[in-house]
Design a protein around this ligand. Structure first.
Ligand code: HEM
Ligand code: SF4
Length: 574
């Protein structure tokens, strides 16, 4: 029996240092403005290094050239990565043209990167360009408020351009939720846009010290689980009747990050709280956040996310507190089913007769590569459609791009631009389209092994294995991340590789195609060769012994290769 007296809902002890930093920051201002004036370093002081995340930036350096610079007695080449706030991943074509020009002119790598949470990132912006960057994106109607840090981050929404009316409603909710949960402080405008100093006296939802840890929210439209609900703290699953949205099933407490060797950390699926009609959406969003704000662990950041709060205080007490604060009662969940997570590549026609083209973008990296001038091609398509009402780009949670709302008369022209610029090719195989990697090296400071740069070779090897066993048109959900934080969602893959050290990975098996099961450790700290050898053996067995329609992840569980993770807290490390 859980003891739910109030004192047991709060973890006592010495607060994590980030809590001091947030409190001292005067609502996210810190001394960032002073740091910007300091010409002696390209970086920020330790507190501001953390604080700029709440404004959507991470300080980074190019790890490939760290050693070389140290030899020359130079500080690492500090720069920032910017992550925009784009609820539902929709970007207008004029906005696209603005951001790609900025990437071309003022970033070290020249790329626009589509992320696994439906937004874009600039990598490699040097300090003298940071303010300009914010001014440029803001002039196009884009900001980066709260896309990192201990706040509610970019809100996802299933892309679904086909059911345009239902999508439009769901998308509006993703925007409303995003805005409702934004910080109240005007620090962003003050620091980056030279806005007026507006004293912030209150953060009614997030509180003066913001949330204990990052918080992620989605709106999804079944049957597609593109957003991966179980990777997120708070999920609104759209329930429609006759094509109209009537409310949401609310799922709370998903999350994937863990720390190698720390069994108190684990990836965890979200729990189903029940159904709510539309009018309660913002109150429920606000109070799932406020309960996590008050009950989340502020002593140990490794156990601070909503998933651990639920496991500590119990799902029922957490849910009851949300009901009490929001003044709602969750109804029994309405039936729904997820049947896929992938994107629908190529052309589809929407219910409104508009044409939509989904392009596969390897690791979301939009750049002009040799023989693959992707960035130029996308720019030309944006220019062509710029004045067409209802045309836009949609970034999917699988890092791909939908050219949406193309009128039938422009379809052929869009297609030929896509083909001329290698945006549509015959080489994008089923396995490639079912694979994902996080950024990792050279920019991510936490990467222990390669991910994005290693993925193409790995996919070719897995394709060869599939072909060798006579199933070249099959594929498995394959994901690689450079460390156990999980940005590329490997902890919801059928086969997930998690970086352990240079050239070494853990192999996790047993997730499923729709993303409703966490995989389990199968091999530890092994080279790609060893991992591929094991995949060869298991895929060979699967090809012969699988039952009709049985996916690889289900097969390895049925045959006892790995045990099923039913309850992460007890099963994941068992
Ligand atoms: C403790 C946990 C985590 C930490 C400390 C962390 C940190 C980071 C850092 C430093 C980057 C920047 C890498 C770069 O662009 O160079 C990044 C990227 C990213 N992270 Fe995380 N992350 C964590 C967990 C997660 C999880 C669980 C998800 C999603 C379920 C996620 C989603 C993303 C996304 C979408 C990006 C953008 C790059 C991409 O598409 O892979 N992160 N993260
Ligand atoms: S999973 Fe790890 S290595 Fe990959 S981007 Fe996230 S923090 Fe970096």
């Amino acid at each position: 029996m859980l003891d739910n007296s109030p004192e047991n809902l709060i973890v006592e002890g010495k607060l994590a240092d980030n809590e001091r930093m947030k409190k001292a920051s005067n609502y996210l201002r810190g001394t960032i403005a002073e740091d910007l004036q300091d010409p002696l370093t390209g970086g920020f002081t330790p507190d501001n290094f953390q604080l700029i995340r709440f404004h959507g930036m991470y300080q980074q350096d190019d790890r490939d050239i760290r050693g070389e610079r140290a030899d020359q007695k130079l500080e690492p080449l500090h720069n920032v990565m910017l992550r925009a706030r784009m609820p539902g991943g929709i970007i207008q074509l004029s906005q696209w043209l603005t951001i790609e020009k900025f990437a071309e002119d003022h970033t070290m790598y020249g790329s626009v990167r589509l992320t696994t949470r439906q937004t874009f990132q600039f990598h490699g912006v040097l300090k003298p360009h940071i303010k300009d960057m914010h001014k440029v994106i803001n002039s196009a109607g884009i900001d980066s408020i709260a896309t990192a840090g201990d706040v509610n981050r970019n809100v996802l929404c299933t892309t679904n351009p086909v059911e345009s009316e239902l999508h439009a409603e769901a998308y509006e909710w993703s925007k409303k939720i995003s805005e409702h949960l934004l910080p109240n402080t005007k620090a962003y405008a003050e620091i980056w846009l030279d806005g007026e100093n507006a004293k912030t006296t209150k953060e009614p939802i997030l509180g003066e010290t913001y949330l204990p840890r990052k918080f992620k929210t989605t709106v999804s439209i079944p049957p597609n689980n593109e957003v991966d609900v179980h990777a997120n703290d708070l999920n609104f699953v759209a329930i429609a009747e006759d094509g109209k949205l009537v409310g949401f099933n609310v799922l709370v407490g998903g999350g994937l990050a863990m720390t190698h060797g720390d069994t108190a950390t684990y990836p965890r699926k979200a729990d189903d709280f029940g159904f709510i009609p539309l009018e309660h959406t913002l109150a429920v969003a606000e109070h799932v956040v406020s309960v996590q704000r008050d009950w989340g662990n502020r002593v140990n950041r490794k156990n601070a996310k909503t998933k651990y709060t639920l496991d500590r205080v119990g799902v029922d007490p957490f849910k009851a507190e949300v009901e009490k604060r929001a003044g709602v009662t969750f109804e029994p969940s309405r039936p729904y089913e997820f049947t896929s997570r992938g994107d629908r590549f190529g052309w589809v026609e929407g219910m409104d007769g508009r044409q939509h083209l989904t392009l596969y973008i390897l690791s979301g990296r939009i750049l002009d590569f040799p023989n693959r001038p992707l960035k130029t091609g996308i720019r030309k398509i944006a220019e062509l459609l710029q004045d067409v009402e209802g045309a836009d780009f949609r970034m999917t949670a699988n890092q791909n791009l939908v050219i949406a709302g193309v009128p039938a008369e422009l379809k052929a022209e869009v297609e030929s631009l896509a083909r001329e610029h290698a945006l549509l090719t015959e080489f994008d195989t089923p396995q490639l389209k079912n694979s994902m990697a996080c950024v990792a090296l050279p920019t991510c400071p936490l990467a222990m092994a390669e991910a994005e740069r290693f993925l193409p070779d790995l996919v070719v090897d897995v394709e060869q294995i599939l072909a060798k066993h006579g199933i070249p048109d099959d594929s498995i959900v394959l994901r690689v991340v450079g460390c156990p934080n999980g940005c590329g969602r490997a902890m919801l893959a059928e086969a997930g590789l998690v970086g352990k050290g240079p050239g070494k990975y853990n192999l996790y098996l047993g997730g499923n195609v729709v993303g409703t099961r966490v995989p389990k450790l199968h091999l530890e700290n092994k080279s790609p060769e060893v991992i591929l050898g094991e995949l060869d053996r298991l895929i060979g067995l699967w090809s012969k012994e699988r039952e009709e329609g049985e996916c690889f992840g289900d097969y390895v569980i049925r045959t006892g290769v790995v045990a099923e993770v039913k309850v992460s807290k007890t099963d994941f490390h068992a």
